[in-house]
Design a protein around this ligand. Structure first.
Ligand SMILES: Cc1cc2nc3c(=O)[nH]c(=O)nc-3n(C[C@H](O)[C@H](O)[C@H](O)COP(=O)(O)O)c2cc1C
Length: 189
Protein backbone atom coordinates (compact mmCIF):
# COMPACT_ATOMS: atom_id res chain seq x y z
CA UNK A 1 0.00 0.00 0.00
CA UNK A 2 1.16 3.53 -0.70
CA UNK A 3 1.98 5.66 2.31
CA UNK A 4 -1.42 7.32 2.85
CA UNK A 5 0.07 10.77 3.41
CA UNK A 6 2.39 10.72 0.44
CA UNK A 7 1.54 13.94 -1.37
CA UNK A 8 3.10 13.00 -4.71
CA UNK A 9 3.69 9.26 -5.22
CA UNK A 10 6.69 8.70 -7.47
CA UNK A 11 8.21 12.14 -6.78
CA UNK A 12 11.28 13.11 -4.75
CA UNK A 13 8.92 13.76 -1.80
CA UNK A 14 8.08 10.06 -1.67
CA UNK A 15 11.68 9.72 -0.38
CA UNK A 16 11.25 12.13 2.55
CA UNK A 17 10.29 11.12 6.07
CA UNK A 18 8.80 14.06 7.96
CA UNK A 19 8.54 14.47 11.71
CA UNK A 20 4.98 14.35 13.01
CA UNK A 21 3.51 17.27 14.96
CA UNK A 22 0.19 17.92 16.64
CA UNK A 23 -0.75 21.55 15.96
CA UNK A 24 -2.99 22.82 18.76
CA UNK A 25 -5.05 26.01 18.80
CA UNK A 26 -7.60 27.69 21.06
CA UNK A 27 -10.25 30.33 20.50
CA UNK A 28 -13.42 31.36 22.30
CA UNK A 29 -12.91 28.69 24.99
CA UNK A 30 -12.58 25.84 22.46
CA UNK A 31 -9.52 23.64 21.98
CA UNK A 32 -8.51 21.66 18.95
CA UNK A 33 -5.52 19.78 17.64
CA UNK A 34 -4.56 18.16 14.35
CA UNK A 35 -1.67 16.15 12.95
CA UNK A 36 0.64 18.12 10.63
CA UNK A 37 3.88 17.26 8.86
CA UNK A 38 4.36 20.23 6.50
CA UNK A 39 6.29 22.32 9.02
CA UNK A 40 9.78 23.79 8.59
CA UNK A 41 12.04 26.39 10.24
CA UNK A 42 11.90 29.66 8.26
CA UNK A 43 14.82 31.82 9.40
CA UNK A 44 18.50 31.55 10.38
CA UNK A 45 18.25 34.48 12.80
CA UNK A 46 18.67 32.91 16.28
CA UNK A 47 16.88 35.59 18.28
CA UNK A 48 13.86 35.67 15.90
CA UNK A 49 12.89 31.98 15.60
CA UNK A 50 10.26 31.56 12.89
CA UNK A 51 8.46 28.64 11.23
CA UNK A 52 6.38 28.01 8.11
CA UNK A 53 3.33 25.77 8.48
CA UNK A 54 1.00 24.50 5.73
CA UNK A 55 -2.58 24.01 6.91
CA UNK A 56 -5.90 23.13 5.30
CA UNK A 57 -8.58 25.81 5.71
CA UNK A 58 -11.12 23.00 6.06
CA UNK A 59 -9.69 21.77 9.36
CA UNK A 60 -11.44 22.78 12.56
CA UNK A 61 -8.05 23.52 14.14
CA UNK A 62 -7.49 26.05 11.37
CA UNK A 63 -10.72 27.87 12.21
CA UNK A 64 -9.42 28.48 15.77
CA UNK A 65 -5.89 29.36 14.64
CA UNK A 66 -7.20 31.83 12.05
CA UNK A 67 -9.15 33.76 14.71
CA UNK A 68 -6.52 33.71 17.49
CA UNK A 69 -3.43 34.06 15.26
CA UNK A 70 -1.67 31.66 17.60
CA UNK A 71 -0.91 27.95 17.77
CA UNK A 72 1.38 25.42 19.44
CA UNK A 73 3.56 22.89 17.60
CA UNK A 74 3.83 19.67 19.64
CA UNK A 75 6.63 17.46 18.27
CA UNK A 76 5.51 13.85 18.88
CA UNK A 77 7.99 11.32 20.30
CA UNK A 78 8.53 7.86 18.82
CA UNK A 79 6.36 6.34 21.56
CA UNK A 80 3.28 8.33 20.48
CA UNK A 81 2.20 6.60 17.26
CA UNK A 82 -1.32 6.03 18.71
CA UNK A 83 -1.84 9.79 18.57
CA UNK A 84 -1.70 9.70 14.77
CA UNK A 85 -5.31 8.42 14.34
CA UNK A 86 -6.53 10.37 17.38
CA UNK A 87 -5.48 13.73 15.92
CA UNK A 88 -5.25 12.93 12.21
CA UNK A 89 -8.25 10.81 11.31
CA UNK A 90 -11.22 12.73 12.62
CA UNK A 91 -12.15 16.34 13.22
CA UNK A 92 -12.75 18.11 16.53
CA UNK A 93 -16.15 18.85 14.95
CA UNK A 94 -16.95 15.17 15.64
CA UNK A 95 -15.11 14.50 18.93
CA UNK A 96 -13.01 16.04 21.70
CA UNK A 97 -9.54 14.74 20.86
CA UNK A 98 -8.15 15.61 24.30
CA UNK A 99 -10.56 13.28 26.16
CA UNK A 100 -8.66 11.38 28.87
CA UNK A 101 -5.43 13.28 28.16
CA UNK A 102 -3.66 15.33 30.89
CA UNK A 103 -2.83 18.42 28.86
CA UNK A 104 -0.95 21.45 30.15
CA UNK A 105 -1.18 24.99 28.74
CA UNK A 106 1.28 27.26 26.92
CA UNK A 107 1.67 30.87 28.15
CA UNK A 108 -1.21 31.89 25.85
CA UNK A 109 -3.41 29.08 27.21
CA UNK A 110 -3.15 26.75 24.21
CA UNK A 111 -3.24 22.98 24.83
CA UNK A 112 0.16 21.30 25.19
CA UNK A 113 0.21 17.53 24.52
CA UNK A 114 2.04 15.45 27.19
CA UNK A 115 4.89 13.00 26.40
CA UNK A 116 6.26 14.83 23.36
CA UNK A 117 9.86 15.80 22.44
CA UNK A 118 8.89 19.42 23.07
CA UNK A 119 6.58 22.22 21.98
CA UNK A 120 6.75 25.71 20.52
CA UNK A 121 4.08 28.37 20.86
CA UNK A 122 3.80 30.52 17.74
CA UNK A 123 2.25 33.85 16.68
CA UNK A 124 1.23 34.28 13.05
CA UNK A 125 3.08 37.10 11.25
CA UNK A 126 2.00 36.46 7.66
CA UNK A 127 -0.01 34.05 5.51
CA UNK A 128 -0.36 33.03 1.90
CA UNK A 129 -3.68 31.57 0.72
CA UNK A 130 -3.20 29.01 -2.06
CA UNK A 131 -6.80 27.86 -2.39
CA UNK A 132 -6.48 24.35 -0.99
CA UNK A 133 -4.02 25.30 1.78
CA UNK A 134 -2.70 28.33 3.63
CA UNK A 135 1.00 28.78 4.38
CA UNK A 136 1.48 30.50 7.72
CA UNK A 137 4.70 32.18 8.75
CA UNK A 138 4.81 32.45 12.53
CA UNK A 139 7.26 33.61 15.20
CA UNK A 140 8.04 31.28 18.08
CA UNK A 141 7.07 33.09 21.28
CA UNK A 142 7.77 30.35 23.85
CA UNK A 143 9.13 26.81 23.73
CA UNK A 144 10.29 23.86 25.77
CA UNK A 145 12.39 20.82 24.80
CA UNK A 146 12.38 17.52 26.70
CA UNK A 147 15.83 15.94 26.17
CA UNK A 148 16.34 12.22 25.57
CA UNK A 149 13.28 11.69 23.36
CA UNK A 150 13.33 10.85 19.66
CA UNK A 151 10.86 12.46 17.20
CA UNK A 152 8.22 10.24 15.60
CA UNK A 153 8.55 10.12 11.82
CA UNK A 154 5.98 9.25 9.17
CA UNK A 155 7.38 5.91 8.00
CA UNK A 156 7.70 4.53 11.52
CA UNK A 157 4.31 5.92 12.58
CA UNK A 158 2.54 4.26 9.65
CA UNK A 159 4.42 0.96 10.07
CA UNK A 160 3.06 0.77 13.62
CA UNK A 161 -0.64 1.38 12.76
CA UNK A 162 -3.02 -1.61 12.71
CA UNK A 163 -4.39 -2.53 9.23
CA UNK A 164 -7.92 -1.13 9.87
CA UNK A 165 -6.49 2.26 10.90
CA UNK A 166 -4.17 2.30 7.88
CA UNK A 167 -7.17 1.68 5.65
CA UNK A 168 -9.07 4.57 7.24
CA UNK A 169 -6.06 6.89 6.89
CA UNK A 170 -5.76 5.96 3.24
CA UNK A 171 -9.46 6.60 2.64
CA UNK A 172 -9.31 10.02 4.37
CA UNK A 173 -6.23 10.89 2.33
CA UNK A 174 -8.14 10.09 -0.86
CA UNK A 175 -11.24 12.07 0.18
CA UNK A 176 -9.20 15.11 1.33
CA UNK A 177 -7.26 15.02 -1.95
CA UNK A 178 -10.47 15.07 -4.01
CA UNK A 179 -11.81 17.96 -1.90
CA UNK A 180 -8.57 19.93 -2.31
CA UNK A 181 -8.52 19.27 -6.04
CA UNK A 182 -11.65 21.42 -6.43
CA UNK A 183 -10.22 24.22 -4.25
CA UNK A 184 -6.90 24.39 -6.08
CA UNK A 185 -8.57 24.47 -9.50
CA UNK A 186 -10.97 27.24 -8.49
CA UNK A 187 -8.11 29.30 -7.09
CA UNK A 188 -7.11 30.61 -10.49
CA UNK A 189 -3.37 29.91 -10.83
C1 LIG B 1 0.47 11.88 8.66
C2 LIG B 1 -0.50 13.04 8.50
C3 LIG B 1 0.01 14.27 8.15
C4 LIG B 1 -0.85 15.37 8.03
N1 LIG B 1 -0.31 16.60 7.71
C5 LIG B 1 -1.12 17.68 7.62
C6 LIG B 1 -0.58 18.97 7.37
O1 LIG B 1 0.65 19.16 7.28
N2 LIG B 1 -1.45 20.01 7.25
C7 LIG B 1 -2.81 19.86 7.38
O2 LIG B 1 -3.55 20.84 7.29
N3 LIG B 1 -3.34 18.64 7.64
C8 LIG B 1 -2.55 17.56 7.78
N4 LIG B 1 -3.08 16.33 8.07
C9 LIG B 1 -4.55 16.18 8.18
C10 LIG B 1 -5.18 16.59 9.52
O3 LIG B 1 -4.43 16.15 10.62
C11 LIG B 1 -6.61 16.01 9.60
O4 LIG B 1 -7.38 16.45 8.50
C12 LIG B 1 -7.33 16.30 10.91
O5 LIG B 1 -8.39 15.35 11.04
C13 LIG B 1 -7.93 17.70 11.01
O6 LIG B 1 -8.58 17.79 12.26
P1 LIG B 1 -9.44 19.05 12.72
O7 LIG B 1 -10.60 19.22 11.76
O8 LIG B 1 -9.89 18.68 14.12
O9 LIG B 1 -8.53 20.23 12.73
C14 LIG B 1 -2.24 15.22 8.23
C15 LIG B 1 -2.75 13.96 8.59
C16 LIG B 1 -1.90 12.87 8.73
C17 LIG B 1 -2.48 11.54 9.13
Amino acid sequence: MNNPTEAYPGSIFSLTDHEIFVVTARSDGRDSGQIATWIVPATLVPDRPRVAVVISQQNFTHSLLAVSGRFVLNLLSDEQHELLPRFGLRSTREQNKFDGMEISRSPEGIAVVPGTCGWAECRVVSSLDLGDRIIYAADITAQEIYPGRRPLRKREAFALQPPDILEKLEEKHRIDGARDSAFIRNFGY
